[in-house]
Design a protein around this ligand. Structure first.
Ligand code: NAP
Length: 249
């Protein structure tokens, strides 16, 4: 019988948890604990780090996990690397449920950069109004370009104020709509957007809104990961699970 551990924190992880619950498949969804009130789930949840590769290896063995599904965000590189290593160490079949990266279409004005540091460097120049659509973890790095007026959008109100001298903070949780994002960008007279190439639908609205308004986007590329098996949808996860069952795993 399956006993699945989903590494979550994404729309895809929640969709998978719902699909597994609907089919009566035993599963636990794991959160890092970054968000104060995570979305209620139809499967049991656990919260907090495992303690590196060794901790996750121990968890997989102690809870007799049969399948590990890494449905973390494409920028959660440490957790994803740990999942590959711990799955291998514990002999637990492991797969990543992820989303294809966004690709530009006609009308997009994207500048592709390798990482956060490169995004910060790309903002060198006169003061402008910049939306940082990055979550709260990387905001401090932009203090190096303190001339800009920043618009920040966080899921939770921060306990300490962001370290940017000129900023406006909006507390809101996605998925966001295109019309809402067009209004937000216009209301704050945004001139440039900085975001990660997360892929998927939930966070795409800001890019469509930027295209509509003719705004430039500084798009941060995904971090590199060790080779791994990946699928792009819940159905593909079920095919993988069934394939494993056929092999008697
Ligand atoms: P990270 O840098 O790859 O992970 C740092 C550490 O956090 C991991 O080593 C692990 O601790 C713990 N961790 C991460 N995801 C976990 C999970 N699902 N369950 C239990 N522990 C987890 O990850 P991150 O970029 O900080 O992202 C943290 C969470 O936020 C992830 O669940 C991710 O899906 C979600 N998220 C991230 C982003 C982003 O842009 N990075 C955006 C949206 C959502 P131990 O080593 O102690 O096990």
């Amino acid at each position: 019988m399956c006993n699945i551990l989903i590494l979550g924190g994404t729309t895809e992880a929640s969709a998978l948890a719902s699909a597994l619950a609907k089919r009566g498949v035993r599963a636990t969804l794991s959160y890092a604990g970054r968000v104060a009130n995570p979305k209620p789930q139809p499967v049991p949840t656990r919260i907090g780090g495992f303690g590196g590769v060794q901790g996750l290896d121990r968890y997989l063995r102690a809870h007799a996990v049969t399948h590990l599904i890494d449905a973390t965000h494409p920028f959660a590189a440490r957790m994803s690397a740990n999942a590959i290593a711990a799955g291998r160490a514990a002999g637990v079949p492991t797969i990543a449920l992820t989303r294809p990266a966004w690709a530009p279409v006609a009308g997009d004005n994207w500048r592709l950069v390798a990482d956060i540091e490169a995004a910060v460097a790309a903002l060198t120049g006169p003061a402008q109004r910049v939306m940082l659509a990055l979550g709260r973890m990387h905001v401090a790095a932009f203090a190096a370009q303190s001339q800009h007026q920043y618009l920040l959008r966080f899921v939770d109100a921060p306990t300490t104020a962001p370290m940017l001298p000129h900023h406006t903070l909006v507390i809101d949780r996605g998925p966001f709509g295109v019309e809402d994002d067009v209004r937000l960008l216009q209301h704050h007279a945004i001139q440039t957007i900085v975001c990660k190439n997360a892929g998927g639908i939930g966070a795409q609205a800001k890019l469509v809104a930027a295209r509509r308004l003719g705004l430039p986007v500084i798009l941060i590329d995904r971090p590199a990961l060790p080779p791994r098996d990946e699928v792009h949808g819940v159905d593909a996860v079920f095919r993988w699970l069934n394939h494993d069952a056929d092999r008697g795993v």
